[in-house]
Design a protein around this ligand. Structure first.
Ligand code: UDP
Ligand code: MG
Length: 316
């Protein structure tokens, strides 16, 4: 159904974990923006198992304003889970996500929507000027550069909480574990068009960050998951087979070379560390290839679970 811009429903999805001091202020700011722009909207707060009274504050907001909706987890499941459930219940044609800690500015919503209407499916905020400690900004720069290089997606800030999605994207993309950092990557690989706008960022006013230093190790491991599941899921042998074959050939070459030396020149093999390296590489290479083959077998077995992101269907 083609809706006019005014009539489209906007779902604002906000994951939160122990953000009690920020919630009223956040609500006021959002209210200002949606009223000024006459949006048709809902605000879905996803309480990720807070134990600081956040839920009570949300319930008070809902008593006054039925546009406020609440989903509350029994325990803390993580930001990705909160987003996934928020996406599931969002009714909007467009879904906006933002953090609850007042670091993301609701006044950027119109800019995100404007960019989305230029023909993008997902528009990510770019905290060009960031108000975070240096221990976070520098690793984050490295993270963004790495992800952008490896995936070919030309955006600067993958993990910005402030994003706008077309409904089809939020319905299509499965975000679990801690993959929220990679939402643009998942969407890109499903064939969606990704855009970016520079957004205003603020220092954290209340409370403290919910992600410690472990975010970087986890983020890196998740990058492997994302690359593997999006690029190589359907062809594990391409990844493991290539690596395995190279390693095997190297190992085989070394052992062959040493064997020839032994046969032709009679040089003993027993005191040559290179020989051990050669044998090891040969074995590791064979193992990699075997893992690739096993991967192929598993992929075959689960072939029926394969999903494709379909844009339109015309059959009759
Ligand atoms: N958050 C959440 N569940 C968690 C951790 C965080 O819903 O387990 C929310 C948090 O309340 C905030 C957003 O995710 O609204 C971003 O978290 P935070 O501000 O701590 O991250 P940072 O800004 O330090 O990257
Ligand atoms: Mg924050």
């Amino acid at each position: 159904m083609a809706r006019t811009k005014e009539k489209q429903l906007i779902s604002i999805v906000i994951p939160l974990y122990n953000e009690v001091e920020s919630l009223n202020e956040l609500y006021q700011q959002i209210n200002e923006v949606v009223k000024a722009n006459k949006y048709n909207y809902e605000i879905i707060f996803v309480d990720d198992g807070s134990d600081d009274g956040s839920l009570d504050v949300l319930k008070k907001l809902r008593q006054k304003d039925k546009n406020v909706k609440i989903i509350s987890f029994r325990r803390n499941y993580g930001k990705s889970a909160a987003l996934a459930v928020g996406f599931e219940h969002a009714k909007g044609d467009v879904v906006i996500t933002m953090d609850a800690d007042l670091q993301d500015d609701p006044h950027e919503i119109p800019n995100l929507l404007k960019k989305l209407n230029e023909g993008y499916d997902l528009v990510s905020g770019w905290k060009k000027k960031r108000y975070d400690p240096i221990t976070k900004t520098i690793p984050s720069k490295i993270f963004n550069f790495t992800v952008s290089t490896l995936t070919g997606i030309k955006i600067h800030d993958f993990n910005c909480g402030l994003k706008a999605y077309r409904k089809s994207v939020t319905q299509d993309i499965k975000v679990y574990g801690e993959l929220h950092r990679y939402l643009p990557v998942l969407a890109h690989w499903a064939g969606y068009k990704i855009g970016e706008v520079i957004v205003q960022h603020h220092p954290r006013k209340y409370g403290k960050t919910k992600f410690g230093i472990s975010r970087f190790l986890k983020g890196f491991l998740d990058l492997l998951t994302v690359l593997f599941t999006t690029r190589y899921f359907k062809r594990p042998l391409h990844l493991f087979g290539t690596v395995g074959l190279l390693v095997f050939l190297l190992g085989f070459g070394i052992t062959l070379y040493l064997s020839l030396l032994k046969i032709i020149e009679g040089i003993a093999l027993s005191n040559r560390p290179l020989f051990i390296l050669g044998i090891m590489l040969t074995i590791v290479g064979v193992q990699f290839i075997s893992i690739g083959l096993l991967g192929e077998m598993i992929t075959r077995a689960y072939q029926h679970l394969e999903t494709y992101s379909i844009k339109e269907i015309h059959l009759d």
